[in-house]
Design a protein around this ligand. Structure first.
Ligand SMILES: C[S@@+](CC[C@H](N)C(=O)[O-])C[C@H]1O[C@@H](n2cnc3c(N)ncnc32)[C@H](O)[C@@H]1O
Length: 306
């Protein structure tokens, strides 16, 4: 097993490549994601499940709204991670036929525990090759906070199209525009400035295909794979509050970039982050309250049915 998060920070083929000023390839990306998730399985769930929008929904619940409540449908959660979205769907409607796919065994192990008494079918596979799923067999493909990590992305969208039946829909939860969530850009810039002290090109080159991060380029991509489809992108903001250091640690845990920092740098970044996120000034950090908000977007692709 690789020695990660040691005194040298996290190392992967992807970070090595950036450090040497090279452009990491897709194998390096897979290696990096596996390295992070091997050690920190469940970190997305830890943050995303506690951040809620004005109506009290977390981002899993917001994405799950795409699935009708009372039908027996075939649903695929692409890059299901530790399984929180599948759990929401299973608890809501036992007639759903649920499948989850992820490439990280550590995440799937958590999902197995979470979904222990369900019939959810969990499969280890890359999203670029869904050969375990038959053509035209799925009613809705969901993908929560993972599309931004996938490169190449076109084979993923082609596979989604192949497995969907002719009335099938695709919905994905992704990062929203930075400026809609208070202080989010400040948080992002702080974390990236720390990481760039160690790896200057981090950020200039980021995980995944950058086209997923812009709404116009994302719509264009979706329209290319699903010509004539109705493509919508809605935005929302989810937040969490609590003791500021705890909020700062959970918020930092949500940024893949933050895992690259050596422990000492991470500590000082968390202290700076706590200052940004503080909403009630008290004399000690332990007494201070903090709030972290994240912008999210929900992509919905409804293919054109003739
Ligand atoms: C940020 S986590 C999100 C996990 C889960 N959907 C959630 O929101 O809690 C990203 C997940 O995508 C998975 N992933 C990233 N790229 C993938 C790929 N190309 N194929 C399959 N899984 C992938 C990772 O293993 C990880 O579990």
């Amino acid at each position: 097993m690789k020695n990660i998060n040691n005194q040298n920070g996290l190392n992967s083929i992807w970070t090595d490549s950036l450090t040497r000023n090279l452009h990491p390839d897709s194998n390096a990306l897979i290696d990096h994601l596996r390295t992070v998730h091997q050690e920190h399985a469940g970190f997305t769930e830890a943050c995303a499940s506690s951040c809620r929008d004005e109506s009290g929904r977390n981002s899993y619940e917001w994405l799950a709204e795409i699935v009708p409540h009372n039908e027996s449908l075939n649903i695929l959660d692409l890059a299901c991670g530790s399984g929180p979205l599948l759990k929401i769907l299973f608890d809501r409607n036992k007639n759903l036929n649920l499948k989850g796919i992820d490439m990280c065994p550590e995440e799937l192990n958590l999902a197995k525990k979470l979904l222990i008494n369900s019939k959810v079918n969990l499969i280890e596979s890359k999203a670029q090759n869904l050969s375990a799923i038959n053509d035209n067999s799925i009613d809705i493909v969901l993908c929560h906070w993972a599309l931004t990590l996938m490169d190449p992305i076109t084979p993923v969208l082609d596979e989604v199209k192949r497995v969907l039946n002719n009335k099938g829909q695709f919905a994905a939860l992704i990062d929203g525009p930075m400026n809609i969530a208070p202080k989010y850009k400040e948080v992002h810039d702080l974390i990236y400035s720390y990481v760039q002290e160690e790896i200057p090109s981090y950020g200039e080159i980021d995980l995944g295909d950058p086209r997923i991060r812009g709404s116009k380029s994302l719509s264009d991509l979706a329209n290319k794979t699903f010509p004539g489809a109705n493509v919508t992108i809605e935005t929302n903001v989810v937040s969490m509050s609590g003791p500021v250091t705890q909020v700062a640690k959970i918020a930092a845990g949500f940024f893949y970039a933050a895992f690259v920092l050596k422990p000492k740098k991470r500590e000082s970044m968390i202290a700076d982050l706590s200052n940004i996120l503080t909403i009630s000034k008290k004399s000690t950090y332990a007494e201070r309250k903090g709030r972290f908000s994240m912008p999210i977007s929900r992509l919905l692709v409804i293919p054109n049915i003739k």
